[in-house]
Design a binder for this molecule. Structure first.
Ligand code: KIV
Length: 273
C-alpha cells in the first residue's frame, strides 16, 4: 500500500491487502466517513479503510451516544460513501439492536448493508456474539470485530473507560479476541485498552488489529475523522489533531457574514448580466 492513492499499489483495497500489510509490518489507516466529500478526500489521501461507523449518530446527527444510531442511518451513509469512492475498503457498523438478538437478525441487517455498498460489517462484542460472527462469515459477509471499550455498551461499562486494566479483564479480552478470530473475523478493532494488552493481542492473533486509544503496537489505526481533523473539538488523550477545521470553518463563516453585511459579496464577478 502507498501513501497516496492511485500512485501505485492496488487499485482496490481488499481484505487480503490488510493481511499483506500486517505480515509486512506496514501499518495501515482507517478513518470514519459518512459522506461524499470526506470519503473522496480520504480516498485521495490513500486511506485504506473507510468505516461508516455508528459514531455518525454522535458526530453528524447530534445524539449523545451511538445507541441512538439506527440501521437506516448507517444504510444511508454507507450508500453515500460507496457511491463516492472506489479504492478504499468500506466497512459499515451494525447498529445497536440489529444483531444482539441472534444470527438471523445479524444476517438480515448485514445483507442490507452489503446491498448498500459495504464490503464488510463491524460489530461489537466477544464470546457472546460468536454465533453472529460465524453466521455472517458463512453468509459471505466479512466481519471486523470490536473489543475493549465498546460504545454501544456505554451504559453497561459505566461510561468511557479504558478496558482490560486488571489481569482478569485482560485475559478475558485476549480470550474474546481469539474467539472472534476463530469465528472468522478478518480484523479486530481494539478501543481504549492499555497498549501492553493491545500488543499482547496483536502478537497472538494472525488477523490485523486496528487500534483507537490502544497504543502504537496495533497493525492499523483508526480515528473518527472529525476528531482527527479538529472539527469535533473532542480532546481525548489518544487523539492527535492533524488540522483545526473547527476554527477554520468558523473563520470562513464569519468572513462570509462580514462580506454579506458589508455588501462586498456578491460582487460583479459573482453576478449574471
Ligand atoms: O463508530 C465508530 O466510529 C467506531 C470507531 C470508534 C472504531 O466504531
Amino acid at each position: 500500500m502507498n501513501s497516496s492513492a492511485g500512485a501505485s499499489g492496488p487499485a482496490k483495497i481488499r481484505i487480503r491487502h490488510l493481511q499483506d500489510a500486517m505480515r509486512a509490518g506496514r501499518p495501515f489507516s482507517m478513518l470514519t466517513s459518512y459522506d461524499q466529500y470526506s470519503a473522496q478526500a480520504f480516498e485521495r489521501a490513500g486511506i485504506e479503510v473507510l468505516l461508516v461507523g455508528d459514531s455518525a449518530g454522535t458526530t453528524v446527527l447530534g445524539h449523545d451516544s451511538t445507541v441512538h444510531t439506527t440501521h437506516e442511518d448507517i444504510r444511508v451513509f454507507t450508500a453515500a460513501v460507496a457511491r463516492s469512492v472506489t479504492r478504499p475498503l468500506i466497512v459499515a457498523d451494525l447498529a445497536f439492536g440489529t444483531y444482539q438478538a441472534g444470527p438471523s437478525d445479524a444476517i438480515r441487517h448485514g445483507v442490507d448493508l452489503v446491498r448498500a455498498g459495504a464490503e464488510a460489517v463491524k460489530l461489537e462484542g466477544g464470546h457472546e456474539i460468536v454465533p453472529q460472527v460465524t453466521a455472517l462469515v458463512q453468509a459471505g459477509i466479512p466481519v471486523m470485530g470490536h473489543l475493549g471499550f465498546t460504545p454501544q455498551s456505554v451504559n453497561a461499562l459505566s461510561g468511557h473507560r479504558v478496558q482490560g486494566r486488571d489481569h482478569q479483564a485482560a485475559d478475558r479480552l485476549a480470550d474474546d479476541a481469539l474467539a472472534l478470530q476463530e469465528a472468522g473475523a478478518f480484523a479486530l478493532v481494539l478501543e481504549l485498552v492499555p497498549s501492553s494488552l493491545a500488543q499482547r493481542i496483536t502478537e497472538v492473533l494472525s488477523i490485523p488489529t486496528i487500534g483507537i486509544g490502544a497504543g502504537p503496537h496495533c497493525d492499523g489505526q483508526v480515528l473518527v475523522w472529525q476528531d482527527m481533523a479538529g472539527l469535533s473539538g473532542f480532546e481525548g488523550k489518544f487523539v492527535r489533531r492533524f488540522a483545526h477545521l473547527r476554527e477554520e470553518l468558523e473563520r470562513a463563516a464569519r468572513e462570509y457574514r462580514g462580506a454579506v453585511e458589508g455588501r462586498e459579496y456578491p460582487g460583479p464577478e459573482h453576478s449574471f448580466d
